[in-house]
Ligand binder design. Structure first.
Ligand code: FAD
Length: 623
């Protein structure tokens, strides 16, 4: 009994609960169905499933598993069991619960989260604290002059960049009582949508408002996949997901094994996020570009900004702050240059380059699901639209494909967008780089994914005159080549997979592409150095063994995918998030090398918010 009592505050997590697809109510159902209750009873070795009250269980995760090794495809659940509720609802389970033993990865006892999961609630708590502090102040100062009883000065923080990392840093700092100014070179989603429309329809690229720059950052006109490698059940990821739900994301992102939003859901969500930040008093400056930092005695004391529509920074305005959070993403190459001027350490890091492959979605459904493919009805059926994830390690010693002195390179699919489209993510008209996006229904006829190969400093050797930015120049070189190969006007160079493998120009007409600005048959096999091309060719052949049909005349490669992650990392202290070179500068997110993707960037921003708040005395808890 005492065991159970000790555990009453927490809950048990039951994982790997399989429900065959024909018994499950379908991909959108996230409740406790009778077949799931049976799976729970089986995992608990509890004799009568019907005795378990479904109210005591909640689904934490639901994934689809269609691996060929299974007799039948199944949904796989992770479920939390609330002991207190279970005992209240069904006291006959008492003895059984007392005897329950944990089994690693299958039945685990969970303790309470460390980070306050409800990021929006810390607002109310902090308001309370702030209010009480002001009341005390008033009492203490009743006999003093009026100006002395004003609330204490709030620390002023600039957050530069309104991508996921900047938004979450602003949220936490705003909630905890800092006076936040959010500086964003791009436009709010309403205007940004019009600018992106002009790009897609009239081929007009606004250099400061596009697929990379603007409210929500690079993640807005994206696939909105919320998958992450940083532990999807961790408190921090849960806190981010829960916040997104509070701003309008569907609750199923808390549960789906592969949560996905889609651009159409991201836009209203960002509007709600903006309104909430404004409600906290965050001053949001769109169309405002950071040009420089103001530094005194190796400490950042402010920023120089200008209207982003002006090319020169001669109309700089100086703004002063107690700290500057740098959340600029990896396409802000001008910011990297500016940081070098301040002697900030930019450490070159490995990243990946390659091409984006596109197949008809139906082909991927058939490869992955065989007969079950007919169940996929434009993302509305019981079975999700099929995706894939492939990775191969190419060993240079065995086949000579690495060419750079490295013994192995990985070649993998990245940012796969089922039911999506290929989009232009250039920020400069003389460069072409692409990525993928989708809408929530994932109903397009195409499935696209980056196929990329890791590259390291050996590969950038010929760009070493650019110092730590050699990797950036390496990216830029292939983006320029792609623009030339495409023939201009943002037309993308393309080649069918069989022709890429055969090193020949695609002569017959190319298969249709989702890319709206046009494709041009090109010798993509000549775009990268031969060792990168060979690594891509070799791995595509291996992917076809895993996914028979992957090599198809209907599969079209598009060039070029270069901005998979940041080519540099800006060093910072682990606990305070402060730059190791400049005090009061806090580099965060993907562009500074600390995240890769929407969720990890959000988590990094959230932690930075707590760390900065702690250093300012606004937060006393653990981080
Ligand atoms: P960013 O989102 O890049 O935000 C940086 C912001 O800083 C930008 O808004 C920029 O305008 C602003 N900025 C830059 N320089 C300055 C300056 N000098 N002054 C003021 N403001 C400045 N990830 C996923 O997890 N799932 C996906 O499905 C997915 N799909 C993607 C699809 C596309 C088309 C793209 C381009 C990316 C996609 N990503 C996806 C990656 C994801 O968007 C990024 O990992 C994430 O946005 C990084 O967040 P961040 O806050 O670090 O930087």
């Amino acid at each position: 009994e005492s065991d159970v009592k000790n555990r009453e505050d927490g809950f048990w997590r039951l994982s790997k609960l399989g429900v065959p697809v024909h018994k499950d109510p379908g991909k959108d159902f996230i409740g406790i169905s009778p077949p799931l209750l049976e799976a729970i009873a089986k995992a608990l070795e509890f004799p009568v499933a019907a005795m378990l009250p479904e109210e005591a269980f909640s689904v934490v995760r639901k994934s689809f598993d269609a691996r060929k090794v299974l007799k039948e495809a199944q949904f796989v659940y992770t479920v939390d069991m609330d002991v207190k509720k279970l005992l209240n609802l069904e006291p006959r389970t008492w003895d059984f619960i007392a005897r329950l033993e944990p089994k690693l990865g299958v039945i685990e006892y969970m303790s309470k989260p460390k980070i306050p999961i409800d990021l929006i609630n810390i607002f109310h708590d902090s308001q309370q604290v702030h209010h009480e502090a002001v009341q005390e102040d008033v009492l203490e100062t009743q006999n003093r002059s009026f100006y002395e009883i004003l609330p204490p000065k709030r620390p002023k923080i600039a957050v530069v960049g309104s991508g996921p990392s900047g938004l979450f840093a602003s949220l936490v700092l705003g909630e905890l009582g800092a006076e936040v100014t959010l500086i964003e070179r791009g436009q709010p989603v309403e205007q940004r949508g019009r600018d992106i429309g002009a790009l897609v329809v009239r081929k007009i690229l606004q250099s400061e408002s596009n697929f990379c720059f603007g409210e929500g950052g690079a993640g807005t006109w994206s696939d909105g996949k919320l998958v992450t490698r940083i532990g999807r059940n961790s408190d921090s990821v849960q806190a981010v997901m829960k916040t997104l739900v509070q701003f309008g994301a569907p609750a199923n992102i808390l549960i789906n094994g592969k949560p996905h939003l889609g651009t159409d859901r991201l836009i209203p969500l960002l509007r709600n996020f903006r309104q909430h930040l404004k409600g906290l008093g965050v001053n949001i400056k769109f169309g405002t570009r950071l040009n420089d930092l103001i530094v005194e005695n190796r400490q950042v004391v402010g920023v120089k900004v200008s209207d982003a529509s002006h090319n020169s920074d001669c109309d700089n305005q100086e703004l002063f702050f107690d700290g500057v959070v740098l959340a600029v993403g990896h396409s802000a190459r001008d910011v990297y240059q500016m940081l070098l001027k301040h002697d900030i350490e930019l450490i070159p890091k490995d990243f990946s380059v390659g091409l984006r492959i596109e197949h008809p979605q139906e082909l991927i459904n058939t490869i992955q699901y065989s007969a079950l493919a007919t169940e996929v009805r434009n993302g509305r059926g019981g079975v999700p639209v099929a995706d894939y994830k492939v990775v191969k390690y190419i060993n240079g010693d065995n086949n000579g494909t690495t060419g750079s002195g490295d013994s192995t390179r990985s070649c993998y699919s990245f940012c796969m967008c089922p039911g999506g489209q290929v989009v232009l993510t250039s920020t400069n008209p003389s460069e072409i780089c692409i990525n993928g996006m989708s809408f929530s229904r994932r109903a397009s006829k195409w499935a696209n994914s980056a196929l990329v190969v890791t590259v390291s400093s050996n590969d950038f050797d010929s760009f070493r005159s650019h110092g730590p930015l050699a990797g950036v120049e390496f990216q830029r070189e292939f983006e320029r080549r792609a623009a030339i190969m495409g023939g201009g006007d943002f037309v993308v160079p393309a080649q069918t997979v069989p022709d890429f493998l055969g090193n020949k120009l695609s002569e017959t007409s190319l298969p249709p592409s989702s890319y709206r600005l046009g494709v041009h048959a090109s010798k993509l096999h000549e775009l990268f150095p031969s060792h990168i091309t060979e690594a891509l060719q070799h791995s595509i052949e291996m992917f076809d063994k895993e996914l028979p049909g992957f090599i198809s005349k209907d599969a079209l490669l598009h060039g070029v995918e270069t901005r998979t992650s940041s080519p540099v990392q800006i060093s910072r202290h682990t606990d305070t998030y402060e730059s190791t070179k400049l005090k009061r500068l806090y580099p965060i997110g993907e562009g500074t090398g600390y995240a890769g993707g929407i969720v990890s960037a959000s988590v990094d921003g959230m932690y930075c918010g707590f760390a900065v708040a702690k250093s300012l005395g606004l937060y006393q808890g653990d981080i």
